[in-house]
Design a protein around this ligand. Structure first.
Ligand code: BTN
Length: 346
């Protein structure tokens, strides 16, 4: 499979980070300064850590400054990163990524219509597993079932990951399961907020949606196997500056208040790491069990949205294929593998 497609991307604002390549000097310098937590790190130390000249370190510092990092140079002492600003960049993400079982190749765009649309194009061109496209904002972010996903700048994380697991097309749903678990874990570990999952792909905090997942896949027609899957994840970290649009104001929430503690790069790295760990283990049974435990829907009265209208039901459980088992008032049971359900407020 050609990997050239991944290098044929135009107009990306930030340079890419690829753990296969030699890690960029910028990334090494940024990690060292971040780890130093506001203390001074000498140019010599940074140069030997990155195995480059002091001049190359200086160039990396200048470039990081252009991206917005507040790095001061102290004569005869070294460099200090004053505070960790909320900047989304491949270097910023990789600075927190550490060892990770998926070989991520991270691209950050300043603006795009939809990272899922970009990722699908790249995947069709042969981009390798682990290619990640993130964006500061999306102008036409897409949700499930033709809905839109509000994606303003500075308040959320919007990214799509290309994966190529050797499974059948129908098994791609499992990627949504582990993405949902990874989002919950990352929110809980970075921000300490308690999350729940509303089948099939909505992440809830205190009765409101803070994140959603849109998995799109392509089939290899000859083998019937999955060719690629694009897992799109959108997380509202802060409440947008002007609030959520009227139509979702009552149902959407941000994970934090107005400030994203630690920044979006830290959160993105945690999310990608968690996703990679679940993916590497590929332990379907225990992950579906974990998914079930996090479900906020089991036992609730719900409305199942059908093409011809809503049907009242009770959510009875989630089976091993992650289908939602519902029971209608007439006693009929149904296993839903996709679609939309609404929890009825009691
Ligand atoms: C949903 O809530 O129905 C799913 C929302 C998925 C949104 C993410 S944001 C990144 C990626 N790009 C998109 O256009 N959509 C997904």
């Amino acid at each position: 499979m050609s990997t050239q497609g991944a290098n044929r991307v135009d107009n990306f604002f930030y340079p890419r980070y690829n753990r296969d390549m030699k890690e960029s000097v910028k990334s090494i310098v940024l990690r060292a300064l971040t780890d130093a937590c506001g203390s001074c790190v000498s140019g010599g130390e940074l140069a030997s850590g990155a195995a480059v000249s002091r001049n190359a370190v200086w160039k990396a510092v200048k470039s990081l400054r252009v991206e917005g990092y507040d790095i001061s140079a102290r004569p005869n002492a070294g460099y200090v990163l004053k505070e960790s600003p909320d900047i989304l960049s491949p270097e910023g993400i990789s600075a927190y990524l550490g060892d990770c079982p998926v070989n991520y190749n991270i691209i950050v765009k300043k603006e795009t219509a939809s990272t899922n649309t970009d990722a699908k194009r790249l995947a069709a061109e042969g981009a390798p597993e682990g290619t990640v496209i993130a964006a500061e904002r999306q102008t036409a972010g897409r949700g499930r079932l033709g809905k839109s996903f509000y994606s303003p700048e500075k308040s959320g994380v919007y990214l799509s990951v290309i994966m190529r697991p050797e499974v059948s097309y129908s098994e791609a749903e499992y990627l949504t399961v582990i993405a949902a678990l990874a989002v919950c874990d990352a929110i809980e570990s970075v921000f300490g907020a308690k999350t729940g999952i509303k089948w099939v792909n909505d992440i809830f905090i205190g009765g409101k949606k803070c994140a959603g997942i849109l998995t799109e896949a392509a089939n290899d027609l000859e083998s019937g196997r999955l060719e690629y899957a694009v897992i799109g994840i959108g997380v509202n970290l802060a409440v947008p500056k002007d609030g959520f649009p009227e139509e979702i104001r009552d149902i959407a929430c941000g994970v934090c208040g107005s400030e994203i503690h630690g920044g979006r790069s830290l959160f993105t790295a945690e999310l990608l790491k968690r996703f990679a760990d679940y993916y590497a283990a590929f332990d379907i049974k225990s992950n579906v069990e974990k998914y079930r435990e996090k479900s906020v829907i089991i036992g609730c009265p719900i409305t199942v949205i059908k093409p011809d209208g809503g049907r009242e039901a009770t959510a009875e459980g989630i089976d091993d294929r992650c289908r939602l088992i519902v029971r209608y008032p007439d006693g009929e049971r149904e296993a839903l593998s996709s679609g939309e359900v609404r929890i009825c407020r009691q």
